[in-house]
Write a protein that binds this ligand. Structure first.
Ligand code: AGP
Length: 594
């Protein structure tokens, strides 16, 4: 949460900062601000609201600058609480992402020493602490300041007397972009793509001093070290809307390609890591939000294909559960690889002696350093706050992994494995055919946009998809929605059904189909409008008020197709309500607070 960008070099600073921030605003959009070094002064502009609310033309030319887009944690969104913050003498400005846990006691001490604070944030203590520790060598003061604060942070500092930037991180991402006669820093790669694809990923405890032609990095033991230069595989176009009205729609439409790229190579030769090292008797999926729903689908996939009992736990709850006697394989799913709860869960799983595997979309993200093995989804950058293509590719990874495990455990024949692989190969085409029906799906949302409550029901492997459908609708359309196993409605939620409560029922022809038909009949008998998403069937047509039938697919592979329909349903419902689809209120793309 919170986007940070910094630049030192000859380019027009206002373009670099503002364009960079715009590429990061999915990380938070409560306020925005910039600080620019101009003729030994620090120019500041910061405002509650979006980056577009800053007045770009007032930002002066300068050789170094920092920018911030905020997701509020301490202190409400306001001009005063917007970053950057400057010290009392106006010599240093900082931007911060994360939470400083011990800020209260530091603030009290600093106030006693005469420092004046202008905000309610935890972040502002950093700049006053820097000022307090600064006896002429700001780098040393920076290093000292870091030892005094605890919590999660990425901090970027600008000074008025030189064009160097100082940066550090702990449990919050920071990437240094390497240019020619210029260098950059940002909390996420998309902000750098316009300038460079060569980057260094800072690690926890690193402190870097960045000038136009030098990058010096000290590790947590204060040793000057080299961090490897890596190449970002994403292109600038991947991080742009490319003619779509919203990133979310673009990302929904990128799913055929994302599936294809995620299975490419892995279907014929799975050499991601040495699977034979692992023969778990149980698998534990751990994640948050949409990634948790992908893990929940994974539970059904692994139980069916690899015959391994599985559980799903939310990252934020895992640490409070009791360790079991067995040592399962723990699979942590995180699009960003930065979700703090999931990072903490990874550490806990390691401590409990489990083998750990992370599935993430972001190269070198923090979680990759916490686990034994990593698998990367090849979804490309996901900018819309609502996760779409990364859910799909996470689930694709789980199919791939389950097939490999099924073979290794001798519970899956080669023939059956090949059939499953063929199904994966066919998925992009089938998703494409759903996308071609977008107008039809859009038309189904007219009545949904008028509803105040919507239920999503599914059974078996599509129960998690019902949960995901409900999450997506809540998140972007701001309509209350709840996902249930279809058989559970009659145990309570039925009391809420009226002719104004639409129910979206997922009905595919697996062993639960007849029961699902019964459930839909029960719902229809309460006069609730039923919208069916599933396999074509005459009986369903009779029962449903509206229906979308997915292309032919074995039930085991139906979740991805059903989910694409639900993504479009959420998108068009939110569109009708004129919601801020890519940046829904109160949310941020990666959640780096607990
Ligand atoms: C999904 O639409 C949400 N924005 C959210 O639930 C998200 O999936 C969750 O915060 C987990 O993020 P991660 O995958 O980056 O860990």
């Amino acid at each position: 949460m919170c986007g940070i960008v910094g630049y030192t070099g000859p380019k027009n600073i206002r373009d670099v900062l503002i364009d960079g921030l715009k590429r990061l605003d999915y990380r938070g959009y409560d306020s925005a601000g910039v600080g620019v070094r101009k003729e030994d002064e620090i120019y500041l502009q910061k405002k509650k609201g979006r980056i577009e609310d800053l007045s770009k033309e007032d930002i002066p030319e300068g050789k170094a600058g920092i920018g911030h887009t905020r997701w509020a944690t301490h202190g409400k969104p306001s001009d005063e609480n917007a970053h950057p913050f400057v010290d009392c003498r106006g010599e240093i400005a900082i931007v911060h992402n994360g939470i400083i846990d011990n800020f209260n006691s530091i603030k009290d001490e600093l106030i006693d020493k005469g420092h004046e604070f202008s905000s309610e944030t935890d972040s502002e203590v950093i700049v006053h602490l820097l000022e307090e520790n600064n006896d002429g060598d700001l780098l040393e003061a920076f290093k000292k300041t870091v030892t005094k604060i605890s919590g999660s942070y990425a901090i970027l500092a600008l000074r008025r007397d030189s064009s160097e930037l100082l940066v550090t991180r702990n449990q919050s991402p920071m990437v240094v972009g390497i240019g020619e006669d210029e260098n950059l820093v940002a909390s996420d790669a998309p902000a750098l793509l316009e300038h460079t694809k060569n980057v260094k990923y800072l690690q926890d405890g690193d402190i870097a001093r960045i000038t136009g032609d030098e990058i010096d990095i000290w590790n947590e033991d204060d040793q000057l070290i080299e961090r490897k230069t890596k190449k970002i595989e994403w292109d600038l176009e991947d991080a742009e809307k490319g003619g779509y009205e919203h990133f979310m729609l673009k990302e929904i439409f990128e799913q055929p390609k994302a599936i294809h790229e995620s299975i490419l190579g892995r279907l014929t030769n799975f050499d991601e890591f040495d699977l034979s090292k692992y023969d778990p008797n149980a698998i534990q999926f751990i994640a948050c939000g949409t990634s948790a729903h992908a893990g929940f689908v994974g539970k059904y996939i692994f139980e069916k294909i690899a015959k391994i009992p599985c559980t799903l736990e939310f990252s934020s709850e895992y640490r409070h559960s009791s360790p079991s006697e067995s040592y399962p394989l723990t699979i942590l799913l995180s699009q960003s690889g930065e979700t703090l709860d999931t990072m903490a869960a990874a550490r806990e799983a390691n401590q409990r002696g489990n083998d750990t595997l992370a599935i993430t979309n972001v190269l070198d993200s923090s979680i990759t350093r916490e686990v034994d093995e990593v698998m990367y989804t090849q979804a490309g950058p996901e900018i819309g706050v609502a996760a779409t293509k990364t859910f799909t590719t996470q689930v694709v990874m789980l199919y791939l992994l389950a097939i490999e495990m099924g073979i290794k455990r001798n519970v899956l024949s080669k023939d059956q494995a090949d059939k499953y692989r063929d199904e994966l190969r066919r998925l992009p085409r089938k998703v494409e055919s759903i996308l071609n029906d977008k107008e039809k799906i859009r038309d189904m949302t007219e009545s949904l946009a008028k509803a105040e409550d919507i239920f999503f029901v599914g059974r078996n492997i599509n129960y998690p998809v019902a949960l995901e459908g409900a999450l997506k609708l809540k998140e972007i359309a701001y309509i209350h929605a709840a996902g249930y196993p279809a058989g559970e409605l009659k145990h309570g939620p039925f009391a809420l059904l009226t002719e104004n409560t639409p129910v979206i029922a997922i009905a595919v022809k697996d062993e639960t189909f007849d029961k699902m038909l019964g459930n839909i009949g029960e719902i229809a008998a309460r006069d609730s409008p039923v919208i069916v998403v599933g396999d074509k069937d005459k009986e369903l047509e009779k029962l449903a008020d509206d229906a979308y039938f997915i292309p032919d697919v074995p039930p085991l592979f139906s979740p991805l197709l059903v989910n694409v329909v639900l993504q479009l349903i959420s998108y068009y419902t939110a569109y009708r309500l004129d919601r801020d689809i890519d940046k829904p209120r109160n949310l941020a793309k990666s959640v780096t607070v607990e």
